[in-house]
Design a protein around this ligand. Structure first.
Ligand code: FES
Length: 170
């Protein structure tokens, strides 16, 4: 199965009442007849709420909420790498290998990550602590090479710094 394939769990997740209210506020950012424009922020919220990734059932649930054909939601979710379509580890390590990072040593950074985490790109460690991903430009080229771990950016990386950062994670 490739990384951008949706995975089914057989269970449909649901937003809490509180999150449904949050979604109503998201809808208010868009014209009333353009509720489907909210697909990206709602997918983002779903990913946070439903364990860090979006199952086929989660995508269908979001499609129902915004009255959008499921295939259109799949198209969005499979296009953007920020949406995880398979479970990820507690730490989602995303290393940029795009041009600026590559010119500044992202190959070495990636090798250091693979060695330290003992997993390859697209894989999750057995203890479910780490998932390693290779991503396109994350907009921090000025401080290349860089990586993102969950919501945090780490920049001006060296192979030593990578090991230090991973060791410091709780
Ligand atoms: S190329 Fe890596 S952040 Fe832009």
């Amino acid at each position: 199965m490739n990384e951008r394939t949706t995975l089914s769990t057989g269970v449909t997740p649901r937003f809490s009442e509180e999150k449904l209210q949050e979604i109503e506020k998201i809808f208010q950012r868009y014209p009333a007849d353009r509720r489907q424009s909210a697909v990206m922020p709602i997918l983002h919220l779903a990913q946070r709420e439903f364990g860090g990734w979006l199952s086929r059932e989660a995508l269908d649930y979001v499609a129902g909420l915004i009255n959008m054909p499921p295939i259109r939601v799949y198209e969005v979710a499979t296009f953007y790498t920020m949406y995880n379509l398979q479970p990820v580890g507690r730490y989602h390590v995303q290393a940029c290998t795009n041009i600026s990072c590559w010119l500044c040593g992202s190959d070495q950074v990636m090798d250091a990550l693979k060695n330290k985490l003992k997993i390859g790109v697209g894989h999750t460690s057995e203890d479910k602590r780490f998932t390693l991903a290779e991503v396109e430009c994350l907009g921090a080229c000025v401080n290349a090479p860089m990586m993102q771990i969950n919501d945090d950016y780490y920049e001006n990386l060296t192979t030593d710094k990578v090991v230090e950062i991973i060791d410091r994670l709780p």
